[in-house]
Design a protein around this ligand. Structure first.
Ligand code: FAD
Length: 351
């Protein structure tokens, strides 16, 4: 039997890549494009469950008016257009994972490890981490930390972990509604709790959720959790307060969706010079104090920096020129236009 690892992976499952992009916000996405034009292959990691960073997380339906060539485009539309634009370059996305560790190897490459244990070896690193890690807001419940990771989850990584469990989903936005609808068919029981009888999620999700409640397939409670009960990290019950009084519900897993805050997070531990939680870069290559590590988009700082999407796009283009030199040492890079270069058009799949 062959013991060879799949292409791009070492024997221990480590993924080898030219570039690892940290952050799938608009700037991280466009970095895939610019790197792709110069043949640098990329993997992209993001804590969130989908692409778009601030655009899709904070203002998906708001129009943006200052993207060149697109007089008006919403945060979600821009994300969708970028995903379409970078499709030809076949980047691999790792959603729902946070890059926690970054160390330089003796040969100049980097080992990076996520909180889910995915490990990468990359020739260059592109930090496009925006305002930092989106971190879930923790409900103010005594002792909740003890249950986190086992019985209390702020994101769903594998739906099957919730099969045949008594699930409590808490919140009134899209995440709470989406997971109520998705987990209801596989959970033993599903309770959705929100403090008001008004939901901020998409109207069709609210409608579907209310229909399930009407059919008795889920329980809808208007109230708030006041205490958690269990042994070790295993949750057994949740006390909830409603207008009618207090009730102790048998619950095995709780999924609170109370929104996200942004924190710098692990970037601060990687030995890169920081200035007020931002990464200083040069404006020729957008490289950090550490050679081969670049920082583009909202996370970087330099004289005159504007935290605009279009600035991040420009930074990605210049970063890619230098990344090419590291990935293909000694290989000359010709400046070419996408309009007239058949070579670039081939890479884009349009020729
Ligand atoms: P982000 O969009 O912040 O994306 C960074 C990503 O990195 C996030 O998804 C995060 O989860 C991920 N990440 C961070 N750390 C890690 C880690 N350790 N591991 C894995 N993933 C990580 N700009 C404009 O140009 N025009 C506008 O009209 C405009 N309107 C705005 C309106 C609002 C309400 C807001 C909040 C911002 C607006 N902006 C606008 C700013 C714009 O959204 C940002 O400039 C842009 O999102 C920056 O993109 P980015 O890719 O650098 O970072």
């Amino acid at each position: 039997m062959s013991s060879e690892a799949p292409a791009g992976q070492t024997g221990d499952g480590t993924i080898e890549t030219d570039a690892l992009i940290i952050g799938a916000g608009p700037v991280g996405l466009f970095a895939v494009f610019e790197l792709g034009l110069v043949d640098v292959k990329a993997h992209v990691v993001d804590i969130l469950g989908r692409a778009g960073g601030q655009c899709s997380e904070l203002y998906p339906d708001k129009p943006i008016y200052d993207i060149p060539g697109l007089p008006t485009v919403t945060g979600q539309e821009l994300t969708d257009r970028l995903m379409e634009q970078i499709h030809p370059f076949g980047a691999t996305f790792h959603f729902g994972e946070r890059v926690d560790e970054l160390e330089r190897l003796e040969d100049g490459r980097f080992r990076l490890v996520t909180d889910a244990g995915t490990s990468f070896i990359a020739k260059v690193v592109v930090i496009a981490a925006g305002g930092g890690s989106f971190t879930p807001k923790r409900p103010p419940l005594a002792g909740i930390e003890a249950f986190e990771g086992k019985s209390v989850h702020y994101a769903v990584r594998r739906m099957d972990d919730f099969r045949d469990k008594d699930v409590l989903v808490v919140g009134g936005g899209d995440s709470a509604l989406d997971w109520t609808l998705n987990l209801q068919p596989i959970a033993k029981s599903l309770t959705l709790m929100h403090r008001r009888d008004e939901f901020r999620g998409a109207p069709h999700s609210v409608e579907k959720m209310r229909a399930l409640a009407g059919e008795g397939k889920i329980r809808l409670i208007i109230g708030q959790a006041s205490a958690l009960h269990g042994t070790g990290d295993a949750l057994e019950a949740v006390t909830v307060k409603t207008k009618e009084g207090e009730e102790r519900l048998p619950i095995g897993v709780m999924l609170p969706f109370f929104g996200l805050t942004m924190k710098l997070g692990p970037v601060a531990n990687w030995g890169i010079n920081l200035n007020e939680n931002l990464i200083p870069v040069d404006t020729e290559k957008f490289e950090t104090s550490e050679p081969r590590i670049f920082a583009i988009g909202d996370i970087n700082t330099y004289p005159g920096k504007l935290k605009l999407i279009l600035s991040g796009f420009h930074e990605a283009a210049l970063m890619a020129q230098q990344a090419h030199k590291y990935v293909f040492p000694g290989k000359k890079l010709l400046f070419q236009y996408t309009t007239s270069s058949s070579n670039l058009q081939k890479k884009l799949g349009v020729n």
